[in-house]
Design a protein around this ligand. Structure first.
Ligand SMILES: [Ca+2]
Length: 420
């Protein structure tokens, strides 16, 4: 699952995740990719090598039940995908500030279009809501986030993208092999024609950007024509998204979370903890504009996506279900907020503090190294800010009398670099 999520994340970067520009090319990249990008072999020679690989892969597909004709049609004229080669080793360096990400992910245009889709597919969405218990706005919001309501599905032929990865990716060959076999089985069963099997450079497919393995487990045949067609049949795709959320534990009739306001003198030790909403209320946590929490007994986690100077949120179970679609806080917050906006809600009440810039990957590595050196053990310095790093940051913040919000900001790095 972890691998799947990493690559779904990579795939979704092209449909609206925090966009990160090119960073360092790791040494591991200098394998098969060189064959195409740096001219170690001529393109023709590379294609011959690829063709041999395609022939060699046939027994694997055959043993999985793929027909010879399907295989031949699927690979007709297929060459390695240069976009996939270029992007498969790209390291993310920049982390887009969450306010910039949200501004583009939940733009007025996307909100407007979401409302149009809600009305255009009203009967289907009502039936899907009834069947899966997932509210229509959440389904539409994921559709909007993944492919801008089907206007951008990636334009890559899925078999080509996955075969390129199975052939040339320096790591996780088994994963790509399995995804490719599954994609071929989808063609073999006639769910979609090869020329319509569109997806991202990393094989996330159709309106909902499912990897083939997700398609196998979670796709749905809404109209009952025997095909689970997430590429050209919008109700099939929307039902598949609802099914995915339901199967990952979506709680019917509940929201994803709430924007909240923290009281003066709030004890930030409670950040990242889970308590009932009633318990949060007792600590003085409230909703902006005097609104009530509808269900005080729900459990919720308090998060500060950009530190103590930005908006705060109480996240319910459904927020973490959305993260199963794409394991990024910014993504899940954007989906939840887009759903609320599509439903008629307004923008967040609190402003982001745009000075609270997040760290790039290499800056995060530097911060981790410095924290380790100062005795705040955060584990390996890998440039990824996870729970261990946040714990270390909080311990450091406490030790120097800062608000322990655990946020890895540029200001924090500057301070610790200066030896303070
Ligand atoms: Ca169908």
């Amino acid at each position: 699952m972890t691998v799947l999520r990493i690559f779904r994340k990579a795939a979704a970067a092209f449909s609206g995740l925090p966009r990160r520009s090119a960073g360092r090319l790791p040494l591991a990249a200098l394998t098969a990719a060189v064959t195409f990008s740096a001219g170690a072999l001529s393109p023709a020679a590379a294609d011959t090598d690829f063709n041999r690989w395609v022939e060699g892969f046939w027994p694997v597909a055959r043993d999985a039940g793929v027909g010879r004709d399907t295989y031949r049609r699927a690979f007709q004229g297929v060459t390695p995908d240069p976009d996939t080669i270029r992007l498969m080793n790209k390291q993310s360096e920049f982390v887009k500030p969450i306010w910039e990400y949200l501004a583009s992910a939940v733009s007025d245009t996307r909100v407007e279009k979401g409302r149009e889709m809600l009305s255009a597919y009203a009967p289907q969405l009502a039936a899907i809501e009834q069947r899966y218990g997932v509210d229509r706005e959440a389904v539409v919001a994921i559709w909007g986030m993944e492919t801008n309501y089907g206007s951008f599905m990636g334009e890559h032929y899925v078999v080509r993208a996955l075969a390129t990865l199975a052939y040339a990716a320096p790591r996780r060959k088994d994963f790509w092999n399995r995804e490719l076999v599954t994609a071929l089985k989808i063609l073999d069963a006639g769910h979609v024609q090869p020329d319509r099997m569109e997806g991202s450079w990393a094989g996330a497919m159709g309106h909902t950007q499912f990897m083939p393995s997700s398609w196998s487990q979670y796709s749905s045949d809404y109209d009952g024509d025997g095909r689970r067609d997430i590429w050209t049949n919008i109700p099939d795709a929307l039902a598949s998204t609802a099914n995915y959320l339901k199967r990952h534990g979506w709680q019917s009739g509940k929201t994803w979370g709430y924007e909240v306001v923290l009281p003066r003198g709030f004890d930030y030790e409670a950040v990242d903890e889970e308590k009932t909403i009633a318990a949060w209320s007792r600590l003085g946590v409230s909703r902006p504009n005097g609104r009530n929490f509808p269900r005080p007994s729900d459990d919720a986690v308090l998060i500060l996506p950009a530190g103590a100077s930005g908006p705060a949120f109480l996240m319910l179970r459904n927020f973490y279900v959305i993260k199963r679609y794409n394991n990024a806080t910014a993504y899940a917050l954007a989906v939840g907020h887009l759903a609320d906006r599509v439903r008629g809600g307004g923008p967040f009440a609190q402003d982001w503090d745009k000075r609270a810039l997040p760290l790039t990957r290499s800056q995060a590595e530097d911060l981790q190294t410095l924290l380790n050196r100062r005795g705040f053990n955060v584990g390996a310095a890998d440039g990824r800010v996870g729970p261990a790093t946040r714990r270390g940051i909080r311990a450091y913040q406490r030790s120097v009398g800062l608000i322990p919000d655990g946020y890895a900001s540029v200001a924090l790095l500057e301070r610790i670099s200066a030896g303070r």
